[in-house]
Ligand binder design. Structure first.
Ligand code: ADP
Ligand code: MG
Length: 330
């Protein structure tokens, strides 16, 4: 059974960056306003995520890392929407099958926190009382220590640190009221350091720099016709002065960071046709639609999504982007 659990866990947590994504999403779900990430050896030696969220109650610690433990599934009616958000109570459990997990946490009004360590879905000892500041601090050590082939592949491939930095930049521009930082273990300087703000452009500037932010235009689109599609979209897209070697597409659907290959390609086509000299755009887009219209189960890592009425939505977005690019080009 241990082997089966490990293989399943290796599907949920495919690389260090997948672990970081799950940990950050948990921190965001806990209402954090500051999240800091520390990484050693591209995440293979250590991933540390600290937040100032609501913490984990003492009585929840023993079952925290059992599969399908989730505090996010309270009502049966939640099932549909929770499923589409990717809430499955599997991330932390999975990490304990492929790494060593230590959780330090304190809830509101407590004088001290607790620390617990986990392996293979099980808490190793009674939680130990310890000093703690507000929130939760999770440490994953020796990721894939028991998956030799995976570890080798990851060690040989360029390490995950740049992917982790990229991931945190994306979270930072969408969750702009939360401050994020990311650094290599032992480094004084952070490689990402976003400051909480209420302006999307400020957030983009603080993360991607002025050269990106000064070349962006706001876009918006919506449809409320239940017979074709229901959605709202807003975001920023680059203008004709922005040139890059590859497209940057930061997509959040219902506040979840996802990928949608067909939407990305559709936007690239519009740029290639309208602004051939700036055909590798920067796109930040937030789409809201009824949770039951999102299918995230295409891929075990929950990234690639497909949408109900996807063609209609993509066409509307293409139309909005094309008009914006044409107007700005006149
Ligand atoms: P899910 O997020 O799908 O519920 P996880 O395995 O990612 O499942 O997390 C299990 C549970 O652990 C969460 O539902 C939450 O109650 C708790 N949890 C995990 N990380 C944190 C955190 N940083 N702050 C507060 N609670 C947390
Ligand atoms: Mg989670």
């Amino acid at each position: 059974e241990a082997v089966v659990n490990r293989i399943a866990a290796g599907e949920v947590i495919q690389r260090p960056v997948s672990a970081v994504k799950e940990l950050i999403e948990n921190s965001l779900d806990a209402g954090s306003t500051a999240i800091s990430v520390t990484v050693k050896d591209g995440g293979l030696k250590l991933i540390q995520v600290s937040d100032d969220g609501h913490g984990i109650r003492y009585e929840d610690l023993p079952i925290l890392c059992e599969r399908h433990t989730t505090s996010k599934l309270s009502k049966f009616e939640d099932l549909q929407s929770i499923k589409s958000m990717g809430f499955r109570g599997e991330a932390l459990a999975s990490m304990t099958y492929v790494g060593h997990v230590t959780v330090t946490t304190i809830t509101k009004g407590q004088l001290h926190g607790y620390r617990a360590t986990y392996r293979d879905g099980i808490m190793e000892h009674e939680p130990k009382a310890c000093a703690a500041v507000k929130g939760t601090h999770i440490m994953i050590e020796n990721l894939f220590y028991n998956m030799t082939a995976r570890r080798k592949t990851l060690q040989n491939s360029a390490d995950d640190y740049p992917k982790i930095v990229d991931l945190i930049c994306r979270f930072a521009i969408h969750h702009m009221s939360v401050s994020f930082s990311c650094r290599k273990h032992g480094a004084g300087r952070a490689d990402v350091h976003s400051v909480a703000t209420s302006s999307r452009l400020d957030a983009i500037r603080s993360v991607y720099g002025l050269s990106v932010a000064q070349n962006l235009m706001k876009i918006e689109a919506s449809d409320s016709d239940p017979s074709s599609s229901i959605f709202e979209m807003d975001g920023f897209i680059s203008n004709s002065n922005y040139t890059a070697k590859k497209i940057t597409m930061v997509l959040f659907i219902n506040d979840r960071l996802v990928e949608c290959g067909s939407l990305k390609r559709a936007i690239e086509i519009v740029y290639a046709a309208t602004l051939p000299k700036a055909s590798k755009p920067f796109i930040y887009m937030s789409i809201k639609l009824p949770p039951e219209h999102v299918d995230v189960n295409v891929h075990p890592t929950k990234r690639e999504v497909s949408l109900l009425n996807q063609e209609v939505i993509i066409e509307k977005i293409q139309f909005v982007i094309e008009s914006k690019l044409r107007n700005s080009n006149e």
